[in-house]
Each structure stands twice: as structure tokens, then as C-alpha cells.
Design a protein around this ligand. Structure first.
Ligand SMILES: [Zn+2]
Length: 284
């Protein structure tokens, strides 16, 4: 029975400690987990790819082993790869996104999307949005064929959206053409692309990637008129609350985005410090 007073004193001390800590916490107006970090303004990160292959031939190429490492990193570090349409819904004010949302796009319809990207997309079962300019398809030597695009769409993992009809530089076209001719070109590029893709794939096309990331108020108005509900730039930024739905930012991924650089990119700038910078032997 001698233990009772001791245990009672300990109990009181513990209780007092809790009360003091709680009072201090309330005085600061703090609650657990309320500290703001830069990553908290990150709704999602959108990654955009162009070309893959065994080696880097230009700044837009991500080698296939590096791409494989990046997908493995997302898979093993709690990231959710969500359809780009889910990010758009969220920006438009409906739907919800998981905390570590990443969306993946590939622009221009390069044939290595079919040969190199597809096997990894199927391995990890991740949704990818392709931004296609139809004039290149089954035409340019570097581009996919319509059949390959149909094959990608049939996997259920790839969706196909517009990158205008022939990927013009709207800034130089505006300088070169008379105002009326320029407006005509813009309308044709926006309409013909959407109509061609909708006819080819029998599904609605509502998203647009601005060629070279070039846009302004006039182009945005034209895109809305042509039926697009969302458009994407290549500004290097997270998708944050209040993003402009007609210029949603995307990061162009480069072959340097491995290890800590990639971890920082997808976390919105608050990466863990223990990322191994080297590539594994087995990229899957
Ligand atoms: Zn492009």
C-alpha cells in the first residue's frame, strides 16, 4: 500500500505535464500537423515527357532506364499517378486528389512513346495523357502511326488529347500574318486537331497542350471557343490552389531528373534526403 501515494504523485505529475503542454499549445494557436510547408501548396505535379531511347540525343530525351527509375521511384515512395483529367476536375472545383498526386503526359507523339514508354506504363498500370498534333501521325518519320495510337488507347491507360493540328509557333505566326489570317490559323489549328482526334478515336477531346508553351489571352479565348475546358503550359511549377485552368503548369522532365533532383521535383520541393542518386541495375 505504500506504492499508492508514489503512483498517485507520478500520476499527478504526468497529468500536470499534459495540462501545461496543452495550454502552451493552445496559447500558440497550434494543432498537430498545422505547420505550413512549401509542399502543402502542391495540389499535384504534372510531368511531361517527349522522347525516350537508349541514349540522350537532345534535351527532350529521357533515356528509358532513367524513365524506368522515375516510375519505380513514384511507385515505391507513396505517389499516386492520377489521370490528368482528375487534376483538371480539381482545378475546376470538383473532385478530390490524393496527397501525393502526380500526373503524366507525353507531347508530340514520338514513336518511342510506343516502343519504350508503353511497356513501363503497362508494368506500373499508370494513366498517361498524350498530346498529339495529327499532321505528324503516320506522316513524320519520328512520329507514331494511327494504328500505334489506337493500340495505346486500347490499353485503357493512354488518353489522347490535342496539341493543335501542326504544332505552330503562335508567336511567330502572329508577327508573320495579318490579324484576320492569324485568327483563321488559330481557329483551324484548334478545331481541326480536336475534330480529327475525336473522329479517329470516337472520344471527346477537351484538353490542349500549348505548342512551345506559348499562350496569351487571345489564344485562351480562342481555345475556349473551340471547346477546350483546360490547357497546359510548360511553366516549371507545381499545380497550386487557384491555378489558371487554361494554362496549367507542367514540368518538362529531363535526363538529369534522377535521384534527389527527381525526388524534389515530384514532392514539390521538400524531398527526403536519403534518395540514392544512382540507377539500379534492374530498372523495373
Ligand atoms: Zn510539342
Amino acid at each position: 500500500m505504500k506504492l499508492i501515494p508514489i503512483s498517485f504523485r507520478l500520476g499527478l505529475a504526468a497529468l500536470l505535464a499534459i495540462i501545461v503542454a496543452d495550454a502552451a499549445s493552445q496559447a500558440r494557436g497550434a494543432s498537430p500537423g498545422s505547420a505550413a510547408t512549401p509542399a502543402e501548396s502542391r495540389i499535384a505535379v504534372i510531368l511531361v515527357y517527349h522522347r525516350f531511347g537508349p541514349k540522350v540525343t537532345d534535351s527532350m530525351t529521357v533515356t528509358t532506364p532513367v524513365f524506368a527509375w522515375q516510375m519505380k521511384y513514384l511507385h515505391e515512395n507513396g505517389y499516386s499517378v492520377v489521370p490528368l483529367s482528375e487534376v483538371v476536375k480539381f482545378v475546376l472545383g470538383s473532385g478530390s486528389l490524393p496527397p501525393r498526386a502526380v500526373a503524366i503526359a507525353a507531347d508530340d507523339g514520338h514513336r518511342t512513346v510506343f516502343t519504350d514508354m508503353k511497356p513501363l506504363v503497362e508494368h506500373y498500370r499508370i494513366p498517361v495523357t498524350l498530346f498529339i498534333y495529327p499532321s505528324a501521325i503516320s506522316n513524320a518519320s519520328y512520329a507514331m502511326t494511327w494504328e500505334q495510337l489506337r493500340d495505346l488507347k486500347a490499353t485503357g491507360l493512354f488518353s489522347i488529347e490535342s496539341h493543335t493540328y501542326w504544332h505552330p509557333n503562335f508567336r511567330s505566326e502572329k508577327k508573320r500574318l495579318a490579324p484576320e489570317a492569324y485568327r483563321g490559323l488559330v481557329a483551324t489549328q484548334l478545331d481541326k486537331s480536336r475534330e480529327t482526334l475525336e473522329r479517329r478515336f470516337n472520344s471527346k477531346v477537351e484538353m490542349l497542350a500549348w505548342p512551345f508553351g506559348i499562350y496569351d489571352d487571345e489564344l485562351i479565348a480562342a481555345a475556349r471557343k473551340a471547346g477546350y475546358i483546360a490547357a497546359f503550359s510548360i511553366e516549371r511549377s507545381n499545380v497550386a490552389p487557384g491555378a489558371n485552368v487554361m494554362a496549367i503548369p507542367r514540368y518538362i522532365v529531363t535526363n538529369h531528373d534522377t535521384g534527389r533532383a527527381f525526388a524534389n521535383l515530384v514532392s514539390g520541393g521538400s524531398a527526403e534526403r536519403s534518395i540514392q542518386p544512382s540507377l539500379p541495375n534492374n530498372p523495373y
